[in-house]
Write a protein of this length. Sequence first.
Length: 254
Amino acid sequence: MGITTNITGQFGISSFVVSSVPGQAQFTSIQAAIDAAEAAGGGSIYIYPGIYLENLTMPNADISIAASPADVQVIGACVHHATSSIKITGIGFTNSAGNAWIIGNSGFEDSDIEFINCDITSTNDTAIVCTSSVGTANLKLTNSSVSGIFSAVDYSDGQGVFTGSTLTSVGTGGPYECVQMKASAQVISNNNFLGCASGPALAIKNELGGWTSTLTTYQGDVGIHFEANGQVSSIFETFNATSGSGYYVDSTGS
């Protein structure tokens, strides 16, 4: 039996249900449900298990998207350019032709997105790119796995809160950073940052301060590479450097 369509969602608005099986739910594509939620001013989207071959654009409305872990896989490119808050739980995202997610790239919006128990992979590029020349692109990762052929995350603006997640660079050319950060006010706790053999686990660039890193393992040719004004408050960290040191500070770092 299909799920009823008048379920009260996280934002107090009816849920929108997606299934790849015709007749099982309101929508057969995730984007159609996103568009309907945007037209309704927000809402919660539930996705039945399956593989969905589609590119996704997040709406200019607050929504949540949820599925059972490992049962829903989205294959395609996803973007979040709007001024809205998005919460995604238990979904796998894979893109073999570019970034899996681009957040805040249009340069004018404050874009917020949270991933919980998600698996995000790019087999061709960096998995998640967060950048905005005017607004901010805020990213929260909780108990998630992110893997990119270059970097797992390339972060140029906004706040990142990473908890209980594993971020990996699987590139063999390099040097590639597992996570590249150019923004302040980052909170990192109980994670694994796994860089490739020829790059740092974490590169901090043009940073003005405000970092907190706790109980996180950094594994790469160096643990953390500080560039420009990079500053981190590091507590009980583990640095598994394959060829260099736990910390590396260049001539302009601090």
